[in-house]
Design a protein around this ligand. Structure first.
Ligand SMILES: O=C(O)c1ccccc1NCC(=O)[C@H](O)[C@H](O)COP(=O)(O)O
Length: 257
């Protein structure tokens, strides 16, 4: 699947039209995760559809969803901007950035410097970089470029071997361990438990995908996760903010919108 997505991305990059600069202030994803609202950081994702699940939320209003995430104490928001596979759009990110005050991460398949520049222009505070999509040295160059432009990065891995290889080139401040196998689409939290011991002490790591219950959160927290990235279970909730309070076993009395 990843190979197919990357093929599409390369075609998109060939015809990429660069947007105008959005004049917006930068917010720190690293600080937000280091000082979370709860005992573990939460990156809440705005995602209409996905290759593994198809359409997830038909009643999809990205800015409203993002606002309810912020009201429910999310530390940061991840916005899918890929159109073809996730029904996202870069305009969603810009609109969300303007209507919220927490860090906004661009979730896409960023493999080229032009996309880093595009991310800056649309107002992203941070971008996702995925190990294995480009050689590690190239990933490091994209990481450096993002930082030079004032953005931060969540660097995602799917296997211990990917993390070891990456660490021989650079040490990202924020590492994402994705629990989803991109070949079978199965999620397993044991991914987080297996890879966690390889994360250097100075790094924070986020457990991504397949987190649906408070037990799931507790499990990855025990493995050392400083944060979780959750999409589907919030997007399937009647209102996404209730998805957040339910995930953390909190009362929904004050969060009804
Ligand atoms: O979600 C997919 O089907 C998918 C397929 C191929 C590449 C990436 C994919 N997902 C991106 C993500 O990592 C998730 O959107 C994110 O971690 C949230 O996961 P979830 O809470 O399980 O929606």
């Amino acid at each position: 699947m990843l190979e197919t997505i990357l093929k599409t991305k390369k075609q998109e990059i060939d015809t990429l039209s660069m947007p105008a600069y959005e004049q917006v202030e930068k917010r720190s994803l690293y600080q937000a995760i280091k000082h979370p609202t709860r005992t573990v950081g939460l990156i809440a994702e705005v995602k209409k559809a996905s290759p593994s699940k198809g359409l997830i939320r038909a009643d999809f209003h990205p800015v409203d969803i993002a606002k309810t995430y912020e009201a429910a104490g999310a530390d940061a928001i991840s916005v899918l901007t890929d159109q073809h596979y996730f029904k996202g759009h870069r305009d969603f990110l810009t609109a969300i950035k303007k209507e919220t005050s927490i860090p906004i991460m661009r979730k896409d398949f960023i493999i080229d410097e032009l996309q880093v520049e595009e991310s800056l222009r649309i107002g992203a505070d941070a971008i996702l970089l995925i190990a294995g999509t480009v050689p590690d040295q190239k990933l490091f160059e994209l990481y450096q470029s993002a930082h030079e432009k004032g953005m931060q990065c969540l660097v995602e891995v799917h296997a211990a071997s990917e993390l070891s290889s990456l660490l021989s080139v650079f040490t990202p401040e924020l590492i994402g361990i994705n629990n989803r196998n991109l070949k079978t689409f199965e999620t397993s939290l044991s991914q987080t438990e297996e890879i966690a011991s390889l994360v250097p002490q100075q790094c924070t790591f986020i457990s991504e995908s397949g987190i649906h219950t408070f037990e799931d959160v507790t499990r990855v927290q025990k493995a050392g996760a400083g944060g979780v990235l959750v999409g589907e279970s919030f997007m399937r909730a009647e209102t996404p903010s209730i998805g957040i309070t339910n995930l953390f076993g909190e009362s929904n009395d004050e969060t009804t919108s």
